[in-house]
Design a protein. Sequence first.
Length: 413
Amino acid sequence: MAKTVKNIPVIRPNPPRLSEHVRELKDLEDSGIFSNFGPVNQRFEQELADTIFGTGQCLTVCNATIGLMVALRHVLGEDRPREKRYALMPSFTFAAVAHAALWNGLTPLFCDIDRQTWLPSAEHEEELLKKHQDEIAVVVPYATFGNNLDLRRYDELSERFGVPIVVDAAASLGALDAYGKGFGSGFRWPVVFSMHATKTFATGEGGVIYCADVDRVKTMRAMCSFGFEAPRVATLPGLNGKLSEVSALTALLQLNRFEAVVEHRRLLSEAYRHYLPGWDHQESRGKLQSFAFQSVLLEESLTPMRTEVVELLRARGIGVSTYFSPHLAKQPYFSKYGVGASLEITQNISERILTLPMFDTMTDRDVQDVASDLIDIVSQLEGKATTDDTCQVIEAKSSNPEYVEESLASNKS
Ligand SMILES: *Cc1c(COP(=O)(O)O)cnc(C)c1O
């Protein structure tokens, strides 16, 4: 019996509609100011700092990747000893942060993640810091999928190893730390957020650098404006990282409704956990995780059939993806120019992960549909998997062109 094909995409971007805010747009145009940290950017930065962080300052940037490049360059300074060549980061993350390190002349050094929280492994970070203390120029932890990192631990690591920190908090706007403050609040190193259309804080392109240390914000602001500390006089390394006034208006409108967006997504995540009991979900830290989507892990026995699961779900009209697979150390460019240590848990989770739908207009009913189709498909495949030869056929069909493990091993410096 043919089932009806659903229409549940993995992400349905929903930034504020400027067409419904013509008056604000007209005001902006009348002001004659379209960029260069104009009044709309200033207002957004202030309101964000007040409502989410409560202390410190925010700096808007044109996107989080440029934000990471600038933050890294700032904390590295200009007279870095030559042997300080590594940026320590998890392999289980998005390409942007490794690119940002490479643009700064650094080599990504990949660490493993924690099996429960999928955050960078504290033990592995320590181990690599001890082993490469003189070679690690910066630590760049990722607050995985909007989860909370323990920033006091990074503060302490920074003191103990004399190493600066930049936090990739791309998906974390909306997350609340253990004290109920916006994730990053009070941290003295830069914390970089994205406002890309696919994030919880959806605009189009955009980002924010937060730092409790306002002098750092001031310096990074000048760096984002060609390194000018005085008009048209470069005193710092610079590029153009500014956010346009129209984009800042979109961000301001998103901030006005943001609490409701975050709460809706929290409920959807709760629903997923309810309808998929017994599945491996990411363990949340802090008071509130910000959910851009929902990830679950397939049973290890079904790992070879993940492509099949994805295809069958898509055939039923359910969007599904596999973030982050392949993880960075397995991507050709980073396997060539990065260095990987033991990444056992990363490899395991990246092989098993399924990224399930989440968006602002999604309903509890949609979650129920996704969950029941997923359970249905998995039990079908489990049935097939019990007969050996069928399983082999599926395995052969679903085996992805995986990148060779050796490429990393042979790249050890
Ligand atoms: C989205 C994302 C980025 C990049 O953000 P942009 O604003 O698109 O440049 C960086 N890191 C992670 C982990 C992300 O998810």
